[in-house]
Design a binder for this molecule. Sequence first.
Ligand SMILES: [Zn+2]
Length: 352
Amino acid sequence: MAEKQKDLVKFILERNKLQSADFRSPGSQLARRLYRAQHPSEIIALKCMDGRLNLSVMTHTPPGIIKPYRNIGGKFDLGWPFFGRLMLDDIEHAVSKGRPTYVLSTYHFSKGDVHRGCAGHKYDTDAARAGAVRLRDQFESAFGANHTTVFPLVIGMETDEGGLVFHGKGKRTFDIANHADAPLESIHSELRHMYPDIPDNVLEDLLPLVAGNQKYVRDIRAAHRPVVEMEHKEQIIAVGRGFDWLHLPNRALMIGPYDPQWENAVAVAGTIVLANMKAKRIPEKEGALLLVLAPFRSVGADHGVANEKALYLEREAERVLREKVPAIMKKLKILVGTVDMNTRTFHLLKKS
Ligand SMILES: [Zn+2]
């Protein structure tokens, strides 16, 4: 699909047009509402910036259900002021709607080669997992460990086959890749044992993710995907928030401005994209793109502040790339805008 596309800016604008048209379509809108009515739990996913990770794609969940937050290595700290505020807002919003919230604290790894694991943790899967566990513990201590409203779970994402690994307390795990054909009832009883304090109705909301992930793993196996497809192929450095409409695996490294020192992750992303170019894992002619977005929900001041935020993020991201990864600048295009989260429509602020 993207292979023939030479101009990344055009590709992204075109992609947004199609994806937002689909998002707005009556069928998609009703499907999201039906999904919500059947599975009311809010799902927050805390993920690494790695472009190979896309939980919606890996679980066949329609865009707009899972709320992704991205940073290098899936590293987050509830003490970061902006991040803490967003989590509080999300969870308060869910509570006001009478919904529980899953917080998926994720890490990723490759079973075939440790060097296809998480660069943000220097390919140390134990460190990546330990980081996810610490984050889960932070949520438990901040939002209550009695499991009535907020359910933080540690999830591993294996990128060779795309299987999810559910972690219980202690050493107990459940690896979907080992149960890709298992009937959902047996998975349900497995998860029931692993998470004894999650209420039945809330546990039900995990099952569509599991069923979708089983299908994803089966499809990947059937397709005999070559190993090169599982290596880094990102050519877009995506900074900000509101990227879920991209819905493309392995094209963009995504960094939210949560870490007070978020610019450092932009430099790492620049280095990864440059390495992808040098190794010719991405077409030379296409080059790279710095895509900066800020989301808004309502017209007027909300949109106005989002404009300023996007422009600020772009200035800082460009500065850090110029300083730390100057070799990428010749090949780098820039696209800055805001996204209306009601429709996922992109509003252009700047392109080059
Ligand atoms: Zn990673």
